[in-house]
Design a protein around this ligand. Structure first.
Ligand code: DGJ
Length: 534
């Protein structure tokens, strides 16, 4: 085994990943599960997300394709992914689909799948075996870790340009169909002593639901699971979280000793069920309805204690009420990446909020390699990518995070941004423009003596503090050209309704109806505003 050292500080720049010592905002796109399964699929899907405007591609590396024969690693696909991303000027975040992919083990190689003796299965109620390798089997863990180590070694050897920014370990781990594994190995672990790290995590994290359960059971410092915690779904969930996290730690540390980039795990969230047609793709209220033991908030402290090599936990965002979830994940390790989210209008608004309000290091809508920018969903995503890459330029140039991000909708059609002295009033209604389109979204940075506002679907007017009149000193519109912001218009006169507002319409706004003078509202969506008082 080789050890490569990179100082920890060089990986991060504030809440962001560091690239060449400066913050890099991941404006990401996760391709579909099978879109990196052949060299031609990689070429097509990577080109598609580049054409939409992403700066980073997230793509699976499947264990069965990487190690088709035990001990023989096929580098074809990972090499192609790195090369393709590099040629297209994108960064890459490989997703290691090892033994766990959405609570099943369908990406394990054939030699693992067909040897249940050596690689036993998880069992749920009534002893039913499911297509998941039990995390309690040492052989599966060791094999998965060895393969992940080989992947990271290959990345280390091939990726001399630093195209790979981070790596996801496994995918949406957890158990569906029961709250805990009931295989013989799992049952043996359940009557063995609780790992001390778990007890310490539960004792320390007073907010986790299991904390009170532990207190009620006598705040014991050692003992078997039922002695320390009693019984119930929350105990089962913690038991599975400890097992999956310990498994992940073995895999992650085998990789980390080969190549030093941030590692993370992603979570299928515990929330209201989200259906995609008849299939649940996220949510579920109880452990086992959502993957029990996955890296969700009720057991985040256990994950962090048992998998210290994992840098942060990341939520896959298919739910409506994203704000509290983003805040909770961001609060734990000071890092927020949304590796999967929706690419519709709801998802776009969530991306702005993640980056603006929660200083996310990145966002990445899922499955967008099938979108085209000449269709409405693809066009809107492509526009949002442009705006977020403009935000990436500002973050990188100024090494600052946005001061605010916002979504505007029927419940919140306007808001105020207080910027020391003047108040930016952000409204979706204006007599000047068309009817509001929801959601509107945006974010704001204080820089260069004013504020950059980036977004769609609103108007900005100004208010002064009591007794003061404020107005625009200047309102400069920018466009993204390559990785540069270039001045496109200096707004004034009619375009600001006589100096009273700055517009942020949706892209491609039509001519305003009923006007004597042909009027199309300037729509770059990126404006630097300076104000003054008189
Ligand atoms: C979440 C998973 O992590 C993805 O790989 C994908 O399967 C999506 N769900 C869509 O179903």
């Amino acid at each position: 085994m080789t050890t490569h050292s990179t100082s920890a500080s060089s990986r991060w720049s504030g809440p962001y990943l560091a690239v060449d010592g400066r913050p890099f905002l991941v404006v990401g796109a996760e391709v579909h599960n099978s879109s990196s399964s052949t060299p031609s699929a990689i070429a097509d899907s990577f080109a598609a997300v580049r054409a939409l405007g992403a700066n980073t591609v997230l793509a699976p590396v499947a264990w069965d394709l990487f190690e088709p024969v035990e001990g023989h690693f096929d580098h074809t696909l990972v090499d192609a992914m790195i090369k393709q991303a590099q040629q297209l000027g994108m960064r890459l975040i490989p997703l290691w689909f090892g033994a766990y992919k959405n609570a099943v083990s369908t990406y394990a190689p054939g030699w693992v799948k067909t040897d249940s003796e050596r690689f036993p299965r998880t069992q749920v109620a009534d002893g039913q075996r499911i297509e998941q390798l039990t995390p309690f089997a040492p052989a599966a863990r060791a094999a998965d870790a060895r393969a992940f180590g080989a992947l990271m070694r290959r990345i280390h050897d091939v990726d001399t340009a630093g195209t790979v920014l981070a790596v996801q370990v496994e995918n949406e781990m957890g158990l569906l169909g029961d709250s805990r594994d009931r295989s013989p190995l799992a049952n043996a672990a359940f009557i063995a002593d609780v790992p001390p790290g778990v007890i310490e995590a539960v004792a320390t994290d007073t907010n986790m639901p299991l904390h009170q359960v532990w207190v009620d059971a006598g705040s014991r410092a050692e003992g078997a699971w039922s002695e320390v915690f009693g019984s119930g779904e929350r105990v089962d969930e913690a038991f599975m979280a400890a097992a999956y996290a310990a498994y992940t730690e073995e895999v992650a540390s085998a990789g980390a000793s080969e190549h030093d980039v941030p590692l993370f795990v992603n979570a299928w969230l515990d929330h209201d069920s989200v259906l995609d047609g008849p299939v649940a793709v996220a949510g579920g209220k109880r452990p086992g309805q959502y993957p029990s033991g996955g890296p969700v908030m009720p057991v985040a402290a256990i994950w962090e204690a048992m998998a210290p090599t994992v840098d942060f936990l990341a939520p896959d965002m298919y739910i409506e009420d994203a704000e509290p979830v983003m805040a909770a994940y961001r609060a734990r390790r000071g890092r927020l990446l949304i590796p999967e989210l929706r690419a519709d209008a709801r998802g776009l608004a969530q991306m702005f909020s993640a980056i603006g309000t929660h200083q996310a290091l990145g966002v990445s809508p899922f499955g967008v390699d099938v979108l085209r920018s000449d269709e409405p969903v693809g066009a809107a995503l492509s526009d949002a990518y442009q705006l977020l890459r403009a935000a990436a330029v500002l973050i990188r140039q100024h090494a600052i995070a946005p001061v605010v991000g916002f979504e505007l909708n029927a419940a919140q059609p306007s808001l105020s941004i207080d910027l020391g002295g003047s108040v930016l009033q952000v409204d979706t209604h204006s007599e000047w423009g068309p009817a509001p389109e929801y959601p509107g979204y945006g974010l704001a940075f204080e820089a260069d003596g004013g504020v950059y506002v980036i977004g769609r679907g609103f108007w900005i007017t100004l208010r002064g503090e009591t007794g003061q009149e404020v107005s625009f000193l200047q309102a400069d519109q920018y466009r993204l050209q390559g990785e540069q912001l270039v001045l496109s218009h200096r707004l004034n006169g009619d375009e600001t309704s006589g100096g009273t507002l700055v517009p942020f319409p949706f892209a491609g706004a039509p001519l305003l109806p009923g006007r004597v003078i042909p009027t199309r509202i300037p729509d770059s969506g990126i404006t630097h505003i300076r104000t003054y008082s008189y």
